[in-house]
Design a protein around this ligand. Structure first.
Ligand code: MSP
Length: 509
């Protein structure tokens, strides 16, 4: 693996405001970006907004606005959300930007020059909601004879002049790609679904539209605009100037690209996108990971059910880091999950307040009160202190493999198992009794506990960056970007504690 690591979220449709699904993809991607930086990689993290297509044009019409006006307003809301979620993204790309339009046109020209595109007429089903063409066999027939997508969305029957991409000619090459690169698509279950889909035979793909005009004009025929997915997918390469003849220093990131997407858009990323790139004789991403979907208190989330979860409301009520922790810990990344207030409250009260918060509070207030806030030095590295150090090293050794495999939730479990060990160590030694009986051991226990609190503060950094900084500050460390290895060597002994306070507040149901 090269030192450079480029990770992306999908770019979000701007027809409406953000919901929990957007927040989830973004927070999980941010976790991986932050983690890889801590591992010493040169990370680039991109997110952004998807602004063309019929869905956006219709949303603008229904509000009596020009499409670009709506895009400007809503893209701003998504951009603000990156700050609200404390994302560490390096770029925010919009598909209405010139750099994106140029890149999308470049890809079109290359496909055209290589004879991968031909003019025809599309007749068939189209979902405006998913901006996707459907075969009838992939739709669900309703009792009234109409058809809907598997997620219940409406489809329209359309007939229009269109350019087609010769997708059907690429099945073997795609299957070969999946075979030679078993990690290209994960999780495995999703990879198998994609393979089945390709094995069942691919149709040529309609890649231009003529019945509306909110899109990028194809550079070879001005009567057509590009199909919004062909346009949108190029954003990943455009953010690092890969789709043009004069690349710049950012283009090297294209050597190691990971796309994080929701399961609903895996086909577009794992079938269409690599095929466009192969057909244009360009380099492919390294990995595509599909995460699951959230339901709300057991129900599918949908606008018509009126149960869309607004991430801002949750953050205002429960706190950003608490929300981030819940999203990442509650459900194994890749699985579907259910959002419930009780589950969120339980996680906050048990994992954050009881496990982590109390450990810090109990040990640090003791230092504050009994030692004038000065963290003592370790004088005796006995078996128990060595055991804690080994537990830390085990996390350092195992974590890279886990995160390369997108097992965020297992990483968090490992860190919390460590917190459990430190809590046990503290409780077993009962420093509150040791103070009078054995002063040396009293100091040693507080020192070893604080040393582990420092390690924990670093371990939680990609999950809860604010709480990580807050905790480090309490133990006298000003946060600067360090790698895990450097962090482990940061000295905490002799530091003065500042403002020991509860990291998390208990939440009432
Ligand atoms: N614009 C396309 C992506 C183009 S990428 C070149 C798109 N946008 S989206 O705004 O509809 O969705 C973005 C992400 O939100 C997807 O990864 C999708 O899976 C995710 N989610 C939408 N609803 C979700 C849940 N209920 N739960 C989890 N994630 C879900 O698709």
């Amino acid at each position: 693996m090269t030192d450079k690591y480029y990770i992306t979220t999908p770019i979000y449709y701007v027809n409406d405001k953000p919901h929990i699904g957007h927040a989830y993809t973004s927070v999980a991607t941010d976790f991986i970006a932050r983690f890889m930086r801590l591992k010493g990689h040169d990370v680039r993290f991109q997110t952004g907004t998807d602004e063309h297509g019929l869905k956006i044009q219709k949303a603008a019409e229904s509000k009596g606005k020009e499409p670009l006006e709506l895009c400007d307003e809503n893209s701003r809301i998504f951009r603000d959300l990156t700050t609200t979620l404390d994302l560490s993204n390096d770029d925010f790309i919009r598909t209405t930007e010139q750099r994106h339009i140029d890149g999308a046109s470049f890809l079109w020209k290359r496909l055209h020059e290589r004879n991968q595109i031909y003019l025809g007429e599309y007749t068939g089903w189209y979902s405006i909601n998913d901006e996707t063409f459907y075969n009838e066999k992939d739709l669900v027939k309703q009792s009234d004879g109409s058809f809907r997508t598997v997620t219940g969305g409406p489809v329209d029957w359309i007939t229009e002049k269109s350019y087609f991409f010769k997708l059907s000619e690429w099945s073997d090459k795609l299957l070969d790609l999946y075979k030679k690169n078993p990690d290209f698509i994960s999780p495995r279950s999703k990879r198998n679904e994609v393979i089945k889909f390709v094995e069942s035979g691919l149709n040529d793909l309609s890649v231009s539209r003529t019945s509306f005009n909110w899109g990028i004009k194809t550079p070879t025929d001005n009567d057509h605009i590009m199909y919004v997915w062909l346009d949108a997918l190029t954003c990943y390469a455009n953010g690092v100037s890969y789709l043009n003849d004069s690349k710049n220093e950012l283009s090297d990131y294209w050597n190691n690209v990971v796309h994080i997407v929701g399961k609903d858009i895996l086909r577009h990323h794992a079938v269409y996108w690599p095929t466009f790139l192969m057909a244009a004789e360009l380099d492919l991403p390294k990995k595509i990971f599909a995460h699951g979907w959230w339901t709300n208190e057991g129900n599918k989330i949908s606008k018509s059910l009126g149960n869309v979860i607004d991430p801002i409301e949750i953050i205002d009520k429960y706190g950003l880091d608490q929300f981030r922790y819940f999203l990442l810990r509650e459900v194994p990344f890749g699985n579907d999950g259910d959002f419930s207030k009780i589950a969120l409250i339980n996680r906050i009260n048990s994992d954050l307040v009881n496990d982590l918060g109390n450990l810090c509070q109990r040990s640090l207030t003791m230092i504050e009160k009994k030692l004038d806030s000065i963290i003592p030095n370790i004088t005796n590295n006995g078996n128990d202190e060595i055991m804690l150090q080994e537990s830390t090293e085990m996390i350092l050794n195992k974590s890279f493999e886990l995160i390369e495999d997108f097992k965020i939730h297992d990483y968090i479990k490992l860190v919390w198992a460590h917190i459990g060990k430190v809590n046990k160590y503290f409780n077993d030694y009962k420093p509150w009794e040791l103070e009078k009986e054995n002063k040396e051991m009293f100091l040693n226990v507080l020192a070893a506990t604080t040393e582990q609190i420092k390690n924990i503060a670093y371990f939680i950094n990609p999950i809860m960056p604010n709480k990580s900084r807050e905790l480090l500050k309490i133990i006298g460390i000003d946060y600067v970007d360090l790698t895990f290895d450097e962090m482990m060597r940061v000295n905490v002994f002799g530091n003065k504690l500042s403002n020991v306070s509860h990291l998390f507040s208990r939440v009432q149901e």
